[in-house]
Design a binder for this molecule. Sequence first.
Ligand code: ATP
Ligand code: MG
Length: 782
Amino acid sequence: RDKIIESNYTHLNQAQQKAVLHTEGPCLVLAGAGSGKTTMLVNRIGHMIRFGSIYRQNHVPETMTETEYKQLKEWYDLRDDTKTPMPLNLSRLLEYQSVDPSQVLAITFTNKAAREMKERVEQLLKGTCQRMWISTFHAACARMLRSDIHRLGYGSNFVIYDAQDQQVLLKECIKQLNLSDKKYSPRAVSGWIGKMKDSMVSVLESKKQNEKDFYNKQLANIYELYEKKLFQNNALDFDDLILKTLQLFRQHPEVLRYYQEKFRYVLVDEFQDTNKPQYLWVKALAEKHQNLCVVGDDDQSIYGWRGADIENILGFEKDFSETVTIKLEQNYRSTETILNAANQVVSNNRHRKAKKLFTEGLEGEKIAYCQCRNEYAEADFMVQSMQDLHEKGRNYSDFAVLYRTHAQSRVLEEAMMKAGIPYRIYGGTRFYDRKEIKDILAYLKVIENPKDELSLKRIINTPRRGIGDKTVETLEGFAVDQEKNIWEMLTETDQWKHRISSRAANSLSKFVHMLDKWIKEKNAYQVTELVEEVYSVTGYLELLKEEGSIESQGRVENLMEFISLTREFDQTAEEEKLEDFLAGTSLEAAVDSLGEEGSGVLLMTLHSAKGLEFPVVFMPGMEENVFPSSMSLKEGNEEEERRLCYVGLTRAKEQLILSNAISRTLYGFTSYNEPSRFMEEIPSDCVQNAGGNQESDHQQQDAFRKKLQRQRWQRKEMKPMETNSAPKHVGENKTLKTGQKVNHPAFGSGTVVSKVNEVVTIAFPGGGLKKINLDYVKLTVE
Ligand code: ATP
Ligand code: MG
């Protein structure tokens, strides 16, 4: 049997084959980036279903008649590029599969990943796998709840509340409890409740935990009411999908038993990013058959801030005592140079399972690195590099730009638009399409032209000021009756006040007054001043800041980034007129992604690039305070940032192009940042200076340097950077090169003269040659 199987999986390496074949019993595949984990999972599913292996056995299985076998083969051959369903008389043959598709549950992290996995399995099986569950945690749970949530008292037609619905509901709760929504902003509260749910703290527990602290006690009360209201609305929020399923399993063991029976095989990709409830869910489902295969890479755990728990990986072997752990050590994705750099960077983390990763791939090109004057020079450098590579025959769709935050994309987007390079943004919206940017633009548009009803309606209740949709409808109707524009109607008469609730009328008067002032005085303002005033007077910015979630933080960053844009306009425009500013922005906003779907350079955050690969990867913003971000440093998350860097570097197959800006204006502030510490961790022999914008005049550079120095001192005072002084161990990593000077703990310094796998030969002064096994001796690089 093994022979047959071997011949079916020769495209996989030994370790991958082992994982594919180990279908019974728990299996943990822990391996570095690009080592074929996801590929293995797909093949494993294929193997279990075994259409292919019946076919390839090339003899009639005992359980089949010859005719059946022939029919099956014919059908199978026919299916190469069509999706012909299996003829009815053959469907009986499905019984010959060792595993039925409906017995498989495969979990991935994003919808995109789930879709891709499904496609790859279908391709492999040359058939659809409708009955197989390949989905995200959330989708799988929603599906389970649809059929059984009535047992918890909900209707099966429950709705799922998104973040916005959640805000509305929380606002109601806060009001009902007579709390101030200034002190308890719905956004901040939802963040707090999210944390409770991530760590599975129930309402009762949270009330107990927070008895003593007045503020938190109220939070727990809001939490209680919020849960009650969700229930009354027959609604679940996102976190509830998993929590309610767990509750269902706990309170109705027969439901759990059903799924335990059903899913004989459970597989989880990107296991390092599961949080506690998700892990418990998987564990419960796999408890009976124990056929659980999880794959992951602790070095790529980048969702700690969402409660993902690296302990899940480390504890897996304890929870499933029969676990077979398999390591994949060959990277098939990247060139040797790229892999060396990535390995070296991540080896600076202390909290990790040591692992090996090698490639038989080519050494490849050196990593291009350009230190740029500022973010504009950086964008120019990137555009130039893209054009050069394009001329040499690369497609624009070969390129991905991975940045730390979305706000970094704006300058690059502009440069690419000017150069006519097609691009698309993944998992985020183009700068001008983002909600908060549209909101602020709508304010400016109304100030410029109060007749713009579309914009007026956009902001009339943004941020929420108690002017609901009904009120707006009434007003609109009234304006139509009077044959007036809404704004005219609002400013020219008082009659509307009697048509709506006095509360809404009150708040609307304030709104009108606020805008009216800006409209009348708009020419006295610089655009930047005006925007800053809108941010503060409307409370828009403050509300976002209070929310404190990652998403709101991104929005705040974008709003600050918008200020960079207005500053630039104010400084360069001939006349600082709002009108001209708006004309400029709407033109830019109108240039839609030039290419069609699927073509062009892909721009995305490092987080969303997980699991993907690209021939050429650009990572701009390789500077302190951008990457690692100042926020993460403040919170002591350096190691998570380094893992994120590892994820970024290992997305590249052939070429990496890194850059930083000496001065960068981001979020409205200009700062001078040193190159990222991660940059320094990349071995210098992997990197090639890509020149670029070095020609700026000496005086300017001197000034930069002085500012840099000043910042460096300040930072050192705050937090000494120990990381740089520690010697770099080269232990199990593969970055040693012949000719390199190293330090041996006993023999002192010497020079590497050759290297075969783990064994390096070192020449020590005085003529001694010694063979050293890196598995046992830690050398440090001089
Ligand atoms: P990540 O950690 O980034 O999720 P991964 O471990 O899931 O990576 P895959 O995406 O499965 O890795 O594979 C990386 C690349 O290597 C893919 O292009 C895949 O086709 C290729 N690959 C995987 N296994 C093999 C193999 N045995 N031989 C040749 N190529 C392989
Ligand atoms: Mg993968």
